[in-house]
Ligand binder design. Structure first.
Ligand SMILES: [Zn+2]
Length: 77
């Protein structure tokens, strides 16, 4: 089996973890520049890793610094 990661859409992720959980995750992000913040502009950076975990890549709502958030969704595989 080859290990690959793939991109999914915001809609797919919302279906996978639930829209409420997704909103919660996006509001609980840590920025290296300004601390606890919310993530924006993540729609193009939702990646399912080969392990099955999901990583969101987006930007800090306050300062625009790059932020990432790991979601442990691997048990589904
Ligand atoms: Zn920030």
């Amino acid at each position: 089996m080859t290990k690959t990661s793939r991109k999914i859409t915001k809609e797919e992720l919302a279906k996978k973890i639930g829209a409420e959980n997704l909103a919660l995750v996006l509001d609980n992000v840590y920025c290296a520049e300004c601390g606890p913040t919310a993530m924006v502009e993540y729609e193009e950076g939702i990646i399912i890793e080969s392990s099955g975990d999901t990583i969101l890549h987006g930007k800090c709502k306050k300062c625009g610094h790059k932020v990432a958030r790991l979601l442990e969704t691997g048990e589904e595989k």
